[in-house]
Design a protein. Structure first.
Ligand SMILES: [Fe+2]
Length: 384
């Protein structure tokens, strides 16, 4: 165990069916007067935003609705939203959607509070002070962004995913309302669910794992193993949707404190370069990344296998670990996710450059096994 670790959950988390439409008392408690809403078009067209806005009115003024956030949001999009929020004199940000709108809203707050250019604040603990309050309402069960200190924003000039990390980025309130995830299509349910699973697994083996995040991670793995298939196959299964939302949030809390690993480093590389959906990229790299790491922390992978539902009785650790990795791969396959890089538009000749990009990605720093560029290239080749 680490001699020193820090564990914190900056967000107040509330769970209830229909809660997103009843935010009035929370707005009152925060003392907000001028609400700036960040969302994406999908949330608007699915009819999810209107009831939330209705629930906000009467408690405060809605001074702006910035609903043009794309998947894989960009520095330019954050700056556009920040200028609108500044002009509207917003004193509360409400973000609704998947990881992209929530991360965009987090980054908008940096500029709203501090001014300047977004790239001035890139990196780890660069933000100087507390930010404008924020409520995060996830409509996917994946990123856990509603409780994490991270914002991933694409730098379109460099084709890179930049990470912003600061405890000030953690949203003040996270609203878990499973009614909002019912309309998420099967493919996105699957990709975001596997992303949540990867947060739990990468956190559990990270060099910064600790007993608090371990507990959250193992429970998240168990919940995802038992609910993701149902959520994918029957979108209206509120029990499965609710458990997935909770699992993603728990995995988010875990990785907020214990970080990521090689699977995320590889996924960030192909997300930045080829705009592959984050969860889809993660899903492709899960088996190969787990195999790579299981060589150095086998005990951890036995526990992961058990949490995935593998029966460990009377068998060797090696067999149990292989079954655990197999269970993750089968879950992704059952959920209809692609297994190879060639199926998501990554050309073979790009692999060496992708290995170099992954080597420099911040997510790799806490991986339990040091990976060289050659080893990363091997993993990329194996998944191509
Ligand atoms: Fe992720």
């Amino acid at each position: 165990m680490q001699e020193f670790f820090e564990f914190g959950i900056g967000s107040r988390v509330l769970y209830k069916l229909g809660l997103a439409s009843e935010l009035g008392p929370i707005i009152d408690e925060l003392g907000a007067q001028r609400i700036f809403v960040v969302a994406d078009k999908g949330v608007v067209s699915a009819g999810l935003l209107a009831p939330v806005l209705d629930g906000l009115r009467g408690n405060a003024e809605i001074v702006g609705v910035f609903d043009s956030v794309p998947a894989n949001s960009s520095v330019a999009k954050v700056m556009e939203g920040a200028q609108a929020a500044i002009a509207a004199e917003a004193d509360l940000i409400v973000a609704m959607g998947g990881g992209s709108p929530i991360d965009t809203a987090k980054a908008i707050r940096i500029i709203l509070t501090n001014g300047g250019q977004l790239l001035d604040y890139q990196g780890y603990n660069v933000i100087p002070a507390r930010l404008t309050p924020m409520i995060a309402i996830p409509t996917t069960s994946g990123t856990g962004s509603e409780v994490t200190p991270y914002a991933m924003i694409r730098d379109e000039d460099q084709d890179l995913k930049l990470s912003f990390t600061s405890r000030y980025l953690v949203p003040d309130v996270a609203i878990l309302d499973p009614l909002l995830t019912r309309s998420l299509p099967p493919t996105l349910t699957a990709a975001t669910g596997i992303d949540a699973l990867s947060h739990a697994i990468e956190t559990f083996v990270s060099t910064e794992n600790n007993p608090f995040s371990n507990g959250l991670a193992l429970t998240a793995i168990d919940l995802i193993a038992n609910n993701l298939r149902d959520a994918v196959q029957s979108g209206n299964d509120i029990d499965a949707r609710g458990h997935m939302l909770i699992a993603a949030c728990m995995a988010g809390m875990a990785c907020a404190n214990s970080y990521f690993g090689v699977i995320h480093a590889l996924a960030h590389a192909i997300g930045g370069k080829f705009h592959v959906h984050h969860g889809t990229a993660i899903s492709i790299f899960m088996p190969v990344g787990m195999r790579f790491n299981s060589a150095v922390v086998p005990d951890r992978y036995v526990r992961i296998a058990r949490a995935m539902g593998v029966n460990a009785g009377g068998r060797s650790d090696k067999e149990v670990i292989a079954d655990g990795i197999g269970a993750v791969a089968t879950l992704a396959l059952d959920c209809g996710l692609p297994a190879r890089l060639r199926d998501v538009g990554v050309p073979e000749d790009a692999l060496p450059e992708l290995a170099e990009i992954a080597l420099l990605d911040g997510a790799i720093y806490h991986n339990p096994r040091v990976a060289t560029a050659a080893e990363l290239l091997e993993m990329l080749k194996e998944t191509w």
